[in-house]
Design a protein around this ligand. Sequence first.
Ligand code: ASP
Length: 304
Amino acid sequence: MHLFEVAPAAAGWALVLHGGAGGRVDELTLDARGSYVEGLTRAYKAGADVLAAGGAALDAVCAAVEQLEDDPLFNAGRGAALTSAGTAELDACVMTGDGRAGAISACRHARNPVFAARKVMEETPAVLLVAPDLERLSGWGLETVEPGYFVTPARQQQLQNVQDRLLEPSRHGTVGAVALDLGGRVAAATSTGGMVNQSEGRVGDTPIVGAGTYARDGVVAISCTGEGEAFIKGVVAHDIAARMRYLGTPLAAAVEATVAEELTAHEAIGGLIAVGADGRVVVAHNSPAMFAAYSDGTRLVTRT
Ligand code: ASP
């Protein structure tokens, strides 16, 4: 397992993003790698600007995820991985450390699924809404699109290759962000098209509170990526928070134990990002690679 930890920054806020966990990225050209780094950098800057100006962790994670959803390279929003039927079914979740949460699943019309998840949290008594229709989304003032907007030729080719068994389904690309703001509040957001070639209607861990996304003030905020079923069964994000709360386990050790027991032990592949209540940042994965961006205290680090 790979684990990177950064001590709390003097600035008093913290932000870390992921762009999915998956196989080796050696096969990516230098140009492609550069484009992922550009996308992560742009998204990090969008979130960091919010936090540095004293904004809320929730606004920061939404701003960062919006950028990654709009970037067709990542498996979220436009350019999301396609189902076996060639459709894009988008899942997203947001959670704030005070215990509020909202999520959407199989969303086909919100240009930015992360904002739809936020609306579920802020405008409805529900936590998880399936396939919100155009009327509801525009009633919330969200930008709407036709489902074809999300489908790119690159993803159609990827689906074809996976269906022809020319390619292992790559899991890179799901996106997430976690943040601690100057007010000491944490938040998490995750957004995905799911797994390439998944059956229509399959729901992964991303929109499941406690599985792929979780935040609790005074403890931690977490966003996960990888084989969703294992994250759901291991309730991975909540398991880490529970180790910290009930056992007093430090963040990195809690992450290490949960990844070992709930993922590696079940031969499941994935990774996660976390920010502790003190601003400590952890990036961890048992996959060969994971895309991530965070500050090491002096400069932005991007991992591909
Ligand atoms: N966790 C996502 C899912 O299972 C996929 C991913 O992170 O790549 O839907």
